[in-house]
Design a protein around this ligand. Structure first.
Ligand SMILES: O=P(O)(O)OC[C@H]1O[C@H](OP(=O)(O)OP(=O)(O)O)[C@H](O)[C@@H]1O
Ligand SMILES: O=c1cc[nH]c(=O)[nH]1
Ligand SMILES: [Mg+2]
Length: 209
């Protein structure tokens, strides 16, 4: 597994704006989509391409590059992952979407799974998990467990902010999965929130609480 912290100036700038106290849901959601878009660009950098011949605008045959091989299914984790989905789909608009629903129990910090609708041919696809926060890692580990049980073999994850504790747990549980993250922050607080972090990303995206 490789963990990629993408320190692109646009990502640093946009993530910095997301950290401000009192940010509106509208701004938070827009920025989550934009950073999701930039992370998608990085995460797809090594996708293999192949040359194919087509008829060009002059009527002559020309050779172009096309993305080759496994197709993608984007896997937003409800709720907060929905906030990044727009930005991801702007770059890969034909991707099938596999929605999974998990929330983290506030007392135990354990993930509770409540929904999944995964594409039927997931074993033929690369799964691109999207969620703003990777905190203890419990939610991501449970999501990867679920995808692997359904036969998926290629899995990447995109996150806005991750805690070192969560990354360590995921690396131990699933060493084959690649993680792309805009920032690896300092640590978790006593309630399992990332510091300095973004606060509760789901509540900010949906305007709850
Ligand atoms: O790494 P973990 O410790 O498991 O925590 C991360 C999870 O917590 C948040 O979801 P939350 O439970 O708040 O659900 P929500 O998206 O519905 O708000 C976040 O969006 C992740 O899914
Ligand atoms: O910091 C955190 C941790 C989990 N979930 C969030 O939304 N934020
Ligand atoms: Mg939440």
């Amino acid at each position: 597994m490789a963990v990629h912290e993408i320190k692109h100036p646009l990502i640093l700038h946009k993530l910095g704006l997301m950290r401000a106290a009192g940010i509106s849901s509208k701004d938070f959601r827009e920025l989550a989509g934009e950073v999701g878009n930039l992370l998608t660009y990085e995460a797809t950098r090594d996708m293999p391409t192949e040359s194919v011949e087509i008829e060009g605008w002059t009527g002559e045959a020309i050779v172009i590059d096309k993305i080759k091989g496994k197709k993608i299914t984007v896997v937003p984790i409800l709720r907060a992952g929905i906030g990044m989905l727009d930005g991801v789909l702007k770059l890969i608009p034909n991707a099938k979407i596999s929605v999974v629903g998990l929330y983290r129990d506030e007392e135990t910090l354990q993930p509770v799974a409540y929904f999944d609708k995964v594409v039927s041919d997931v074993e033929l696809r690369t799964a691109l998990i999207v969620d703003p926060m990777l905190a203890t890692g419990g939610t991501l580990i449970a999501t990867i467990d679920l995808l692997k049980r359904k036969g998926c073999q290629n899995i990447l994850g995109l996150f806005l902010v991750a805690a070192p504790e969560g990354i360590k747990a995921v690396v131990e549980a699933h060493p084959d999965v690649d993680i792309y993250v805009a920032a690896i922050d300092a640590k978790l607080d006593d309630n399992g929130y990332i510091l300095p972090g973004l606060g509760d990303a789901g509540d900010k995206i949906f305007g709850t609480r």
